[in-house]
Design a protein around this ligand. Structure first.
Ligand code: SF4
Ligand code: SF4
Length: 320
């Protein structure tokens, strides 16, 4: 594989990361057999870093992918995340990830979706658990993911964090409390102190799919980017992404086919009871209950992260 590599502790791996959110129950809801087959295909093609999260529900997919590929676990970087706050919950989250993916350690464990500095403060216990787990060798590095530019600008300087997972794309799609320039300032701070940065939502959650090749080229060649996490839901998508990251031409046919697959957050109106739980969860302020007591999505703001899907008590939300 001719993809640029990234150093992760003692490992050197291609900087294209397999993102497992899009195939998980929060989004496409592929069975683990189907998702695992795509992960195994990507690993056989040379990808070595898989990104997942407790919330995604994709541990079974990752487990199947790794075992089906036959690739030695020692060659892989596995990153996962948890949004829990207490010391005990974070320790359980680490154990759960190791057990469910049958791993003897996790390379990178992140505080998931930190919303604000106040939220970060509430996760002090969880961070302590991660730092202890790093000392014990249960995890290799401590990370933080966030959609908030304001938080990233401050937390970029926290020396306890080894890796950051932040939104970054050519148009700044999905940024809620900052501009693309401010996001770049935050990432510059991260890089200046020698910490790692891998990209979240290089295609803006799917909105840049029609210009995927240009959007991916911009992000993969950016001077501040160490690695890029990209959701993949078919062997064709794996092939296309590897071609782009290897600077090989992508056939017009594949570009057209993949570029037309648009996703959306769908509200099953007959099921919605207008409780508003989805809106409370959404960091983008992209969904709220309308005058008819039905959840309504603001397509301009929604980044299709799927985080609202599991909180709906009536199973009225689905990304399709
Ligand atoms: S509405 Fe749901 S899918 Fe869209 S950004 Fe908000 S939480 Fe994510
Ligand atoms: S959480 Fe579900 S039921 Fe409640 S408002 Fe949102 S979509 Fe409707």
């Amino acid at each position: 594989m001719e993809i640029k590599s990234v150093r992760f502790l003692e490992k050197e791996v291609p900087h294209l990361i397999f993102g497992s959110l899009t195939m998980a129950p929060l989004q496409r809801n592929m069975p683990p057999e189907e998702g695992g087959d795509i992960i195994a295909y990507a690993l056989k093609k040379g990808i070595r870093w898989i990104d997942t999260a407790q919330m995604y529900g994709s541990y079974p997919h990752v487990l199947r992918g790794i075992s089906q590929s036959g690739i030695d676990r020692k060659e892989l970087v596995i990153s996962t995340k948890s949004a829990v706050k207490s010391y005990a919950e974070m320790n359980r989250a680490i154990d759960e990830a190791m057990e469910e993916m049958k791993l003897d350690y996790i390379d990178l464990f992140l505080l998931h979706a930190v919303r604000s500095l106040e939220d970060f403060g509430e996760r002090e216990e969880a961070l302590t658990a991660l730092l202890e787990a790093k000392e014990q060798g249960r995890i290799g590095a401590v990370g933080l993911s966030s959609h908030s530019t304001k938080s990233a600008l401050v937390l970029a300087e926290d020396s306890r964090i080894d890796w950051y997972h932040l939104m970054f794309n050519i148009r700044g799609t999905g940024l809620t409390d900052g501009t693309l320039d401010e996001q770049i300032q935050a990432i510059e701070k991260i890089k200046n102190r020698g910490a790692g940065f891998y990209v979240m939502k290089p295609l803006g959650g799917g909105y840049l799919k029609s210009t995927a090749e240009d959007a991916l080229k911009w992000v993969k060649d950016h001077r501040l980017v160490d690695a890029v996490a990209l959701g993949m839901m078919s062997r064709e998508e794996v092939d296309m992404n590897i071609d782009v990251f290897s600077n090989r031409p992508v056939s017009e046919e594949i570009k057209n086919r993949l570029g037309t697959v648009e996703k959306k957050l769908f509200v099953f109106e007959a099921l919605c009871i207008g409780c508003g739980k989805c809106g409370e969860t959404c960091e983008q302020s992209a969904i709220k209950v309308n005058a008819d007591k039905i959840a309504e999505v603001d397509k301009e703001k929604c980044i299709l992260c799927g985080y609202c899907v599991p909180v709906c008590p009536k199973f009225a939300l689905r990304i399709i």
